[in-house]
Design a protein around this ligand. Structure first.
Ligand code: SF4
Length: 493
């Protein structure tokens, strides 16, 4: 039984970060390790703030955790110091809580009853508790490989090794299917490996989970583009079902601003992938911010990743531009009394490490000399709705300003699935949003071919990728055996 007055005795306390100057000089994780003493002295107190609500909005309803994480249950177990049982309850709904504890913007906290209760001290620090449970379990050696005792004799190919593909693979392997994950890159992990900077999640966190999957029997093939290196005919002949977890990596480009074609103007991923490869030991990145004036366009997660990466690479200056006004500002699309912080303008740890943010501005032109960008021309703007409800950017000044820029990074979103021979070979066409459509059973227009994660949903949160991976595993298991005991936390949108 939770302490219903715990939140009156204790206020919310965030996990501690390393000093900004220290972390800007290396690639290690921003947050200090919540070692055993911190967990006992601080995290248990944070868990004590949970009221075990009759209707726990944190894990139910449309606003809470898509995985249906049993948050009040494990909060109470942590309150009582039973970390091992807390880990079992956490892993019951989430294959990779150490990923979500580090990377998820925590819709559960936005939905927490304490988040909207006046003078309640803020939401329960759910994400902090989650990471502490997962890290404790790894440290104590209680995260074990769980080998299936049955074999279905069915073979499943999963294309893509990001969080959706890995969650589907673990669920299906544990259900007794023979699962092979294909990854076109040279290393596993998709965006977890080459999109997320080391300072947000060190790759050793990913590698120990991959080792667990291997031990459980999941097979991995890297450097293989399915549809090219393994033909569609070979794929179809070798597997009883196929899951497409290929992500939504087509970066949104700026096709209208004059000067876009100048050297030095790049999509965000053209900067982040080589930077992450350099951390893996692949040598100096082809596109680096070292010694440059860097302008990052876009105020979201990817923009903040570019920002923190540019600071660590030794940029002369880093400026991030956003069309929206300065936080804390609830954007005009907030429709409920609940805070919506995973989706509104946020401040990231990277912003404490140097550089500057500029708000309510838009780029009018990239200017340059000898074919290379040297500056961006800005002016003040306002984002508002037009008569059809569409967001439009309206100039608020006739004056322009020039910012020096040797490297411009466009972090303005993603536009769906990349073109790939595999989709053509399977006869799969893309939706108007350039994602892969499916029926209520997660099956695409190609029989026996399923989809999950960003490839289906469009670029989204890691927690949604895991939730869709778990759900597609249920659907594939049913397809292959006629029924399934695997959980299915979400339905296709
Ligand atoms: Fe605890 Fe908040 Fe969930 Fe209520 S909504 S059960 S207080 S975490």
């Amino acid at each position: 039984m939770a302490d219903p007055q715990g939140f009156l005795k204790h206020t919310r306390a965030e996990a501690k970060k390393r000093p900004a100057t220290e972390r800007a000089a290396d690639w290690d994780e921003v947050y200090l390790d919540q070692g055993p003493e911190v967990r006992e002295a601080q995290v248990r107190v944070q868990a004590t703030r949970c009221m075990d609500c009759g209707v726990p909005f944190c894990h139910s309803g449309s606003a809470g955790c898509p995985l249906g994480n049993l948050i009040p249950e494990w909060n109470d177990l942590v309150r009582r110091g039973d970390w091992e049982s807390a880990s079992h309850r956490l892993h019951a709904t989430n294959n990779f809580p150490e990923f979500t504890g580090r990377l998820c913007p925590a819709p559960c906290e936005a939905a927490c009853v304490l988040a909207i209760t006046p003078d309640a001290g803020g939401a329960v620090a759910i994400k902090r508790v989650e990471q502490a449970i997962a890290d404790t379990a790894w440290e104590n050696g209680s995260v074990k490989a769980s080998q299936s005792q049955v074999s279905s004799g069915k073979k499943v190919a999963i294309v893509g090794s990001g969080p959706a593909g890995l969650a589907a693979a673990q669920q299906l392997t544990r259900a007794g299917h023979e699962v092979t994950v294909y990854e076109r890159d040279d290393r596993l992990g998709g965006l977890l490996r080459y999109g997320i900077p080391e300072f947000k999640m060190e790759k050793k966190v990913l590698d120990r989970r991959l080792a667990q999957l291997r031990k459980e029997g999941t097979r991995f093939v890297t450097g293989c583009e399915v549809g090219v290196d393994l033909t569609v005919e070979e794929l179809r002949a070798s597997f009883d079902a196929v899951v497409l977890a290929v992500g939504a990596l087509r970066g949104r480009d700026d096709t209208t601003t004059p000067g876009r074609s100048l050297d030095g103007v790049h999509l965000a991923m053209e900067h982040l992938v080589p930077a992450n490869r350099a951390c893996e030991g692949d040598g100096a990145p082809a596109i680096s911010a070292a010694g440059k004036h860097v302008v990052v366009i876009g105020g979201g997660d990817t923009g903040a990743d570019c920002y923190g990466t540019a600071v660590r690479q030794g940029a002369l200056s880093v400026t991030q531009l956003d069309q929206y006004p300065q936080p804390p500002s609830q954007r005009d699309d907030a429709r409920s009394p609940w805070p919506v912080w995973p989706w509104i303008l946020r401040t990231y740890a990277a912003h404490e490490e140097g550089g500057e943010r500029r708000f309510a501005v838009a780029v009018e032109e990239f200017t340059g000399e000898d074919g290379r960008v040297t500056a961006v021309k800005l002016r003040k703007v306002k984002v508002q709705r037009d008569s059809t409800g569409r967001r439009v950017v309206v100039p608020m000044s006739e004056e322009f300003e020039e910012l020096p820029a040797d490297l411009v990074l466009l972090a303005i979103g993603f536009e769906g699935v990349e073109q790939m021979p595999l989709l053509d070979g399977l006869g799969i066409s893309l939706s108007a949003r350039s994602t892969i459509s499916c029926g209520s059973d997660w099956q695409t227009s190609a029989p026996g071919v399923f989809v999950c994660g960003d490839a289906h949903r469009g670029a989204s949160l890691v927690v949604w990728a895991i939730a869709e991976g778990r759900s597609v595993a249920n659907a594939v298991d049913r397809h292959l055996t006629g029924s399934s005991d695997l959980p299915s936390p979400v339905i296709p949108n």
